[in-house]
Design a protein around this ligand. Structure first.
Ligand code: ADP
Ligand code: MG
Length: 631
């Protein structure tokens, strides 16, 4: 028997760690099982090199809880440790790692990911145990030993009669941590941290129903089932992302998606299998989820692993922001976990990882677009939120996405920006040779404008997501010599101003006479009256909201708390455009009876409001009632 003192200078290191890692106590289990898998894989490596010649036997790792004895045991059949190794790895490395850890990371919040990287893994067992035993027998044929310690720098090391190879870590659970003696709690933890660890892990048994052995049949002639107990293996040691993409079918990817998110019932739209080994090591599968319209897009669904050990589901800073909307897994031993998040974001290697992932995603989208355009189009409405977000937040992605980003027009067709530009160039250039892209953010509500535009042979893009306004701004910058105009920004003749003039039936004098009549029935603050010489068949009056005014208002609504330079909320301002060639306008002008004149003017204006969806409430009811009377 040996007794000794662990080389730690800070005598009270244990309480510090325990306090400081308070919220992350549960990770001790991950650390112990990760060590067990390491030891098991080491044995495999030795065996394939010929350094271990015996029979490895069943290497399943076993977790057991003994409520009476208040112990939790992690047992593996890996390489084990000799007495010397025990002294070296546990006493020196594990404990000095703990010390270094405390020194460096006292002030950091996200300690959970750091622990494993500091040889602190084993030490974390003292967060929940008042005493820990390591019973271990090396694959090198030496006597087994038992190491024991209560978290103080004092430890003991004795021979042990253990005969089979491997290590058993026995935690004597502390009074304040008895939750870790609850089967349900352990199950949850195993599911969270160990679901894809690379060695089979057993926790208790479970029932399975099989055909009974005697071949007994029920009255319908079916073989009766009988219950048997089988080992409950809690993990899948070879998850899809560790396999070669060529060995997997779509179905396998979908099945793995279900394994990752058992509560998600919809299949993903498609997946991207990541596989990099230079200049960093990274594997993973990303999924484009199907988002139902009424469901908030959830961030933080991607799980981060390091060699199949779950680390975190907050991948912020590691994958580009817009891709945090995707689902799936990323596994990389090269992501430095022993640093804080802010450091992580500035880290060169991590930046490379982020841009690599971004590139992979755009490559895949381009491939899908080229391979089967119809299929891509059918998925577009579901994926456009990711792509638009990406185009707005990641310049490189935006450049690549230009090849496959689609724009839908009101006739249901999809165009790339290049195709659309080509299509509209003949008809949609204005007098200054600027190309005018027309769009609607509400094809239903702006129906009269949309149909006027399409009747003229214009294409109208549907830009109706909450990112659209930003995207319009971005496209205006990238598309040379162009403007984007919402379809209700002006009357149809002026929407794309070609400087074609139609002679007007009204003189300037007539207009001067008519203006106050109209202003009398419409609020002057909200509507500015303008006269335009349009076709006789166009509406007598139209209400438009000039593009510039609308954008100003939208901007003041997002920034600046809805205030404009005058310090008040910016009002909506519209133009009431009067068609000087419409017979109704001439009629109003000629009407001698002032009361009647005001009445007709009001009706014409109401009609314009109606087609802009602006006639509401009491006004609308009045309008309808009066129309009925007229009939
Ligand atoms: P790390 O895993 O980062 O090396 P740990 O504190 O988790 O740090 O473990 C310290 C060392 O103790 C390991 O490197 C390993 O050599 C040894 N060890 C821990 N657990 C086992 C085990 N179950 N079997 C064999 N060796 C182990
Ligand atoms: Mg470890």
């Amino acid at each position: 028997m040996a007794k000794g003192k662990i080389k730690v200078t800070t005598e009270n290191i244990f309480p510090i760690i325990k306090k400081f890692l308070y919220s992350d106590h549960e990770i001790f289990l991950r650390e112990l099982i990760a060590n067990a898998t390491d030891a098991t894989k080491k044995l495999g490596a030795l065996s394939s090199k010929g350094d271990f010649k015996g029979d490895a036997g069943d290497t399943t790792i076993e977790i057991t809880v003994d409520k009476k004895a208040k112990t939790l045991t992690v047992k593996d059949r890996g390489v084990g440790m000799t007495e010397e190794e025990d002294k070296k790895y546990i006493n020196q490395i594990a404990f000095s790692g703990a010390e270094e850890f405390v020194d460096k990371f006292k002030d950091q919040e996200d300690a959970a990911g750091i622990i494993g990287k500091f040889g602190l893994g084993f030490y974390s067992s003292f967060m929940v145990a008042e005493r820990v035993e390591i019973i271990t027998k090396s694959y090198l044929d030496e006597t087994a030993v038992v190491w024991e310690c209560d978290g103080s720098p004092e430890f003991s090391l004795k021979d042990h009669k253990k005969e089979d190879r491997g290590t058993e870590i026995v935690l004597h659970i502390a009074e304040d941590s008895t939750e870790f003696l609850e089967e349900a709690r352990i199950k949850t933890l195993l599911d969270k941290y160990c679901k894809f660890m690379p060695v089979a892990i057993k926790f208790g048994q479970k029932s399975e129903w099989i055909d009974n052995k005697k071949g007994k049949k029920d009255k319908d002639g079916n073989v009766e089932k009988e219950e048997i107990k089988v080992d409950n293996i809690v993990n899948n040691p070879s998850p899809a992302w560790t396999k070669s993409p060529s060995s997997l079918k779509d179905e396998d990817y979908n099945n793995f998606y279900k394994e990752l998110y058992p509560m998600n019932f919809e299949d993903p739209l498609f997946h991207i299998h990541l596989n990099v080994d230079y200049p960093f090591n990274l594997t993973g599968i990303l999924y484009f989820p199907k988002i139902s319209a009424n469901m908030e897009v959830q961030k933080d669904k991607i799980k981060l692993f390091s060699k199949q050990v779950f680390i975190t589901d907050s991948v912020e800073g590691i994958v580009p922001d817009f891709l945090t909307l995707l689902h799936g897994v990323i596994d990389s031993p090269d992501i430095p976990l022993n640093v804080s998040r802010s450091y992580l974001q500035a880290d060169g290697a991590v930046k490379k990882i982020a841009s690599h992932i971004s590139k992979k995603v755009s490559d895949k989208l381009e491939e899908l677009f080229k391979k089967d355009r119809a299929d891509f189009e059918s998925k577009w409405d579901d994926i456009k939120i990711f792509i638009e977000y990406g185009m707005l937040s990641d310049e490189k992605f935006a450049e690549r996405a230009a090849k496959f980003a689609l724009y839908k027009t009101t006739d249901g067709k999809y165009y790339t920006i290049e195709e659309l530009t080509k299509k509209i160039t003949p008809a949609q250039k204005d007098k200054d040779d600027k190309l005018v892209y027309l769009y609607t953010n509400d094809a239903e509500g702006q129906h009269s404008f949309v149909s006027a535009a399409t009747a003229k042979g214009y294409e109208v893009m549907i830009m109706d997501t909450h990112l659209s306004a930003h995207l319009v701004g971005k496209l205006e910058q990238t598309q040379e010599n162009s403007v984007f105009t919402r379809v209700d920004a002006d009357t149809i003749d002026k929407l794309i101003n070609k400087d074609e003039t139609i002679p007007s039936k009204l003189s300037e004098k007539d207009e001067e006479k008519l203006k106050p009549v109209i202003e009398e029935v419409m609020s002057k603050e909200k509507f500015s009256v303008q006269f335009e010489s349009m076709s006789e068949t166009d509406q007598p009056m139209t209400i438009v909201q000039p593009e510039f005014m609308r954008r100003m208002k939208d901007m003041s609504a997002v920034g600046g708390g809805g205030m404009n330079m005058f310090g008040g909320a910016m009002p909506d301002t519209y133009n009431l455009v009067v068609n000087t060639n419409h017979p109704l306008i001439s009629k109003i002008l000629k009407e001698k009876d002032e009361k009647k004149q005001a009445e007709i003017t009001k009706r014409a204006a109401d009609l314009a409001l109606l087609s802009q969806n602006m006639l509401k409430g009491e006004e609308l009811t009045k309008f309808i009632n009066q129309s009925i009377e007229l009939i």
